[in-house]
Structure formats: C-alpha cells, structure tokens
Ligand binder design. Sequence first.
Ligand SMILES: Nc1ncnc2c1ncn2[C@@H]1O[C@H](COP(=O)(O)OP(=O)(O)OP(=O)(O)O)[C@@H](O)[C@H]1O
Ligand SMILES: [Mg+2]
Length: 368
Amino acid sequence: MASQQATQNPFRPTAGAEPPQLIGRAGLLDEFSYGLQIRSGAPGLLTIFTGARGIGKTVMLGEAEDIARAQGWLVVSETATIGFLGRIGEAMRSAAEELGKGPKGRKITGIGAAGFSITSQLAPAQQLGWRQLGEQLLQLLEEKRTGLIITLDEIHGANRDELAQLAAFVQHFIRQGLPIALLFAGLPAAVSDLLNEGVATFLRRADRIDLHAAAIREVEDSYLATFASLEHPISPKLIRKAAKSTGGYPFLIQLVGYHLWQVAESKETPLTEAGVDLALAAAHRKNTRVVLAAALATASPKDIDFLQAMSEDDGPSSTAEIGMRLGDAKNTIGNYRARLIDAGLIQPAGRGLIDFAIPGLREYVVGI
Ligand SMILES: Nc1ncnc2c1ncn2[C@@H]1O[C@H](COP(=O)(O)OP(=O)(O)OP(=O)(O)O)[C@@H](O)[C@H]1O
Ligand SMILES: [Mg+2]
C-alpha cells in the first residue's frame, strides 16, 4: 500500500548505501556531468574523491555511476583489492562480447579463453590483450556516442604496480580520443602519499574532490522534509537538536535519522525531548562501535600501542616523542606512522606532528 511505503524508515546507516537525500553535495558532480557530454579528455572524467571514513566517498562514486548510466554509459565498478585490473578486464570482455553481437557481429579479439589472471600483475600477453580489448570496447561505445566509466573504490589500498598499469592503459585510451572516465575514492592522507610516490604522474592531474561534513543547516532542512511524512512529526526545535548532534557527518546523519524514526514510529504521540535524547544516545553509541571498531579491525597490537602512546597528548603528538615513549628506533616509528596513515587512523598535522584522523578515536583507544 502506498501509505505503508511512505512511512517506512528511509534512512540508510550502512556503508555505501544510497541515502534518502544527498546532503551538502550540490554541484560536486557538475564537472563530471559536463565531461560526459564531451566524452573524451575532459577534466571531470578523471576525478578522485577523498575524505575520512563514513564521509560519503562510496556514495559519490555511486551517484556518478547513476548519472553515467542514465546517459547510456557502460559502468564497471571495482574495489582496489588485489586483482582489480584482471576483474575490470573480465567485465570489459563480457560487455564487448555483448555489444559485438549487434548487427555487425564483430569478433572480439584480445585475450584467449584462459581469461585475465586475478593477481597484481598481468603477464605481458595479457597486458596487450587488455589494451586491445579496451580499445575495441571503447570503439563500439564511441559508435553509440556513449563511453565507459570505471570506478575504483578504496584506492589507498591498491597495489602500486597494478594501479600504475591501469593508469597507463587509461592514459593511452585518452590519447586516442576514446570515451573513457576513471573515478577513484580513498582516504585523504594515503591518497596524497600515493600521488606523491609518483606511481602514475598522470593521476596527479585528476580533479581531486575532498569531501567534508555537511552544513548543519542543510541537515536540519533535510530532516524537516523527511520527518514531515511521519504520522506524528517531531517538533522543529527537537529536529534542530538532532541535526546539530550529527556535526554534519554523513554516517551520523543516517544513524541519528534512523534511530529517531524508529522511536518516533513506535509512539502514538509526537516525541518528547527525552525520547529524542534516547535516540541520539543510541545513534552515537552505534557510531562509536561501527566506525571506530571497523577502523581498528586490522590494527596490530603494536599499532594499538602506538595509538595509545598518542592518546597521552590532548592534541597533535610529536613522532619523536612517541618514539621515546615506546622506546623504538626512528625508522620503526616511521614505519608505523606510514602504516597508520594508510589505514586512515592518523594524519600528518604539520612538521614532525601527527594526530588522530577519526573523531572520538583518542578516547576510544584509552579504553581498549
Ligand atoms: N551526502 C550525504 N548525505 C547524507 N548521507 C550520506 C551522504 N553521503 C553518504 N551518506 C551516508 O553516510 C554513510 C557512509 O557513506 P559511505 O559508505 O559512502 O562513506 P565512505 O566515505 O565510503 O566510508 P568508508 O571510508 O568507510 O568507505 C552511509 O550510510 C550513507 O548513506
Ligand atoms: Mg567507502
């Protein structure tokens, strides 16, 4: 029933899930959309999204994919775990075979029946096959006046050789004027390192869009609109309080919205302030558990020691000082610093200084 549909909880506090309203991202995909019209070599067709955990990077890739699909573009969506180049190759192969079945019935060459290896490096023959296949597919798409968009998420964890190879292929296609777009997402400090390492200078020319928290005002407006469809709407004053408590942080916007909705729909009367406070507390507890626990899931005991040594400071820590606290040599500390930056747990904070990269992490590590 339609009314049933309209009152279902619309919030989506899950990684990568499309939110009911995309808050605070107006205009960010304009360059990309404009590039889709030009179809080859436009700056917006090479874009990197960076931002902290839970800020909405994966959602932005999804939005870009939707826009491209609506224009008839072919979408290949991947995460940068080992073997992504081979997986992209396989996706291109099925698409090319599918398209090649058209009236002209073109035969797809490129790679033998064995397929692409799902390791970090393609063998030379496979590299050639990948490139030929890409060219064929892009030419088929060019005839249809569309193109191919490849999105690669979690790029900070990518194998460097594999990434350099992908960049080289794409650069080659662009030079030939073929319709290709490449969009990435990753954690900011790790992406900066990756670009500075010179893995592929070509990638440095990408448009970099750093995602931040949304303005509280926009969260409030969005909540007002969304909660208006509740049977017993929440008072504007309490909505403002809820919006403020999110700090404009997208994952919290969804968590707070979700919990508020859940409590509100179970009541026969509008929510009181006490009811709202309960929902906010539950949402914030969940945020701590999910974001911080997930961020630390791959941390080693030594990583935790390092973070705990940092937590003795109230603000940024000096790496030299951390070395003394832990009694470790400079290069050991340097290794851990790099590891933790890559994991998105800490970030550089000026000369010789580092700081926690996720709100609440300092307090959290004290208690583990
Ligand atoms: N602009 C937005 N407005 C409202 N909610 C959003 C927005 N962007 C993302 N969200 C919500 O925030 C949560 C996190 O989004 P997403 O998974 O894209 O973040 P992420 O940056 O990719 O995180 P991670 O680094 O952990 O992969 C999801 O629940 C999503 O629905
Ligand atoms: Mg993500």
